[in-house]
Design a protein around this ligand. Sequence first.
Ligand code: TRP
Length: 355
Amino acid sequence: MAQVDAYDVSGDVDYDKLIKEFGAKLIDDKLAKKLDYPLVPNLYFAHRDLDTIIKKKFAIITGRGPSMNMHLGHMILWKFMKHLQDKFDAHVFIPFSDDEKLLARGLSKEHVIRMDYENLLDIIAMGYDPKKTEIMLDLVNMKQEVYNLAIEISSHMTANTIRSAMGFSPESTIGLQFYPAMQAAHILYPSQKLGVPTLVPIGVDQDVFVKLTRDVAEKVGLPKPGDIMSKFLPGLTGNKMSSSKHETAIFTTDNYKTVKKKIMNAFTGGRPTVEEHRRLGCETSVCVVCKYQALLFQDLDIVKRCAKGEVLSGENKKDLLEKVWSMLELHQEKREKAKDQVKKFVPELSDYEPK
Ligand code: TRP
């Protein structure tokens, strides 16, 4: 049985069923066209109020929970955010929930702040327009208005509502139980500041926060936020991608040797012998290499040729490695340069030296 909630995603996810349970909608072709992005609606597949929100001016917000280094699954979201910023000329707000990771994962303050810095470099490297982008780290440069909004929101949320929505028990700390008010404040802050609704691009596991926020928005005099939800990028090993299982993901800081090893060990739909592969073709529905080719690079051609047996899985892996590495090499250069830009986005972290 699959479980998808904010702090646990496991098993095979039946996305259609999940969306019905959530009461959200699938993105149809007409709506997909308006977003003009190759991963919609295949990866970004469901939404709440996206159709009405994009008709007028809106702000985009999504956050980062800085528990670990970022991997390619995360980078897909930051790239999509950049596309939305450019296409809709939207203000982008990126809160970092270092407070949440400290509470939910039992991580130390030193660790989450180090990850704030590391993750910030990846985000800055994406090239957001600094004039239209605001980054806020809860434990480092939280805005007074955001805290005040969280307090006001929390006065409309009961412990019962939060416990049942989040699956918390009475033993969960009050910090963790307060956090949804904080994330709701992240989501509504751009509305309060700019007087426009917000759109939240997120993984399906985060929808619960948007739902809770929608339930309180009007009580604090702000418009209901909408969201656009993505499926999960599969892990390299064929299972779930997990930051704590290094072999399942390619991290933005991995070197060539590591990336090569991970891709060469990736789970494919290749057949046991070359002869069988040529005859039967790759089983693309389970082949992670094919999925990465399609999702990360929109290379449906190589997927089709692999399915026909024209391309062997080893060749497919080599091709993917080349593409991933040229993307990552460029990203790592930009990430290095981002160190000089930290001051512009988060002055409070500019003299931070990771230990
Ligand atoms: N909780 C999110 C995570 O762990 C990060 C996050 C913080 C977020 N604030 C947000 C996501 C606001 C969406 C909207 O990944």
